[in-house]
Design a protein around this ligand. Structure first.
Ligand code: C6P
Length: 419
């Protein structure tokens, strides 16, 4: 197929990925916003949902709605089978075992769970937790709370001006008191893909535990927790085309087994008396109360959808979008790209000379283009970069090269209006 024919057929040039067909799977994309076709480029905040996910939720609530692990009746059996099937799907997606998969409300709760149920018991006064300058607040504040509770202290590894981790500096900050490294796999504000495998290797050699915040990696990067050899891996379903309110904490089995519960309640126990409670095995020990059953089922449908399309095909398509958007915005006078790491996933942050990022985002919204402006819940990073905020376009598998052109036109329009 010629490049022109590929574009006409809705195929991404390098990958043969049929984006027109894919877009048909996402009902929300087919709408006008302020009279213009929606160009949804706020995917790092949350993604739109394919029909298979909506159907999975609908089917659960219309046919199989029951609580899990409790009833002997048919609907409860079906709900339990679907919920535990979802756990197996997530385990395959991460190359983990099902009993290493804890369902949480999202990446934030997953990190809090690891902090309170694991790290709290290994930290002593004066111990160190190593973070990086590009972390999301969800991978800073839980560790700060824990530091206050235990007397541990936070140590921060720096980045360069392109938004890349300075690995020698990171290594220099590892001390005999470092107990844990908590690092983003992909930066939400810059798109930098961090060398987490290398970080895990460094940590392993020193007996340091590693938690990887995979909230922005899971939709874009193939994840293999065994190959990474991380101790914990956290992500959210809603950034991965799944429902909100569901997320995952992967933890190595040997660690989960040693960990005390995070919360108390039903389903996380083996037996309860007023004198003593015996706790259930992992992962149930960490899932107190009725879980988000429909959410887990919807997440599994999203993962099956993604893997059906092909994770490598998706990555190629998104790389093409990011490259085209990087070129298009670089050509606009007054645009400065923020985050130019050599290894990036589908995020493009930028500032426009003399125009506040919120004003840029407002003009873009009027053109039908949804982006995020602000500090992106990464205030220490913004401070490091000397910026109050950026405008951020973030891409997903259903975005097109035509949408990249609409984005670039809308940015030019913002410049005309405010410049
Ligand atoms: N980032 C963004 O617009 P939750 O809210 O639990 O689903 O995910 C938290 C989180 C953790 N780590 C990273 C790297 C993230 O990007 C996020 C969420 C969104 O960038 C909302 S602030």
């Amino acid at each position: 197929m010629s490049p022109q024919a590929a574009v006409a057929a809705g195929c991404s040039l390098s990958s043969g990925f049929n984006v027109s067909r894919v877009r048909g799977d996402f009902p929300a994309l087919d709408q006008l916003v302020h009279g213009r076709p929606l160009v949804y480029l706020d995917n790092a905040a949350t993604t739109q949902k394919p029909r298979v996910v909506l159907d999975a939720l609908f089917n659960f609530y219309t046919r199989d709605c029951a609580n899990v692990h409790r009833g002997v009746h048919e609907l409860s059996r079906r709900a339990t089978e679907a919920y535990e099937g979802a756990r197996r799907t997530v385990a395959r997606f991460l190359n983990a075992a099902p009993h290493e998969i804890v369902f949480t409300r999202g990446a934030t709760e997953a990190i809090n769970l690891a902090a309170q149920a694991f790290a709290r018991s290994i930290l002593r006064e004066g111990d160190e937790i190593l973070l990086t300058e590009l972390e999301h607040h969800s991978n800073i504040v839980p560790w700060q709370l824990l530091a206050e509770q235990t007397g541990a202290r936070l140590v921060v590894a720096p980045i360069n001006d392109r938004g890349e981790l300075l690995m020698e500096e990171l290594e220099r900050r590892l001390s005999p008191r470092t107990r844990l490294i908590a690092v983003a796999h992909v930066s939400n504000a810059l798109g930098t893909i961090n060398p987490v495998a290398e970080i895990c290797r460094m940590a392993r050699a020193r007996g340091i535990r590693v938690l990887v915040d995979g909230a922005q990696a899971a939709p874009h990067v193939r994840i293999d927790v065994r190959a990474l050899d991380c101790d914990f891996y956290a992500f959210s379903g809603h950034k991965l085309y799944g429902p909100t309110g569901i997320g995952v904490l992967y933890g190595k089995a040997e660690l989960l087994e040693r960990m005390p519960p995070y919360q108390g309640g039903g389903d996380m126990i083996r037996s309860v008396s007023f004198e003593k409670t015996l706790f259930n095995d992992p992962p149930y020990r960490f899932e107190a109360g009725t879980p988000h059953i429909a959410g887990a089922i919807g997440l599994a449908a999203a993962i099956e959808y993604l893997t059906g399309l092909g994770l490598d095909e998706i990555a190629r398509h998104e790389y093409e979008l990011l490259s085209a958007a990087t070129r298009a915005l670089s050509e606009i006078p007054g645009v400065r790209l923020v985050g130019t790491a050599s290894h990036k996933a589908a995020v493009l942050s930028f500032v426009l000379d003399g125009i506040h990022p919120h004003d840029v985002a407002t003009v873009l919204d009027h053109e039908g283009v949804a982006v995020r402006a602000g500090h992106h819940c990464a205030q220490p990073l913004m401070e490091r970069l000397g910026l109050p905020a950026t405008t951020r376009a973030s891409f997903a598998l259903y975005n097109t090269l035509e949408e990249v052109e609409v984005l670039a036109r809308a940015v030019r329009r913002a410049r005309e209006l405010f410049g």
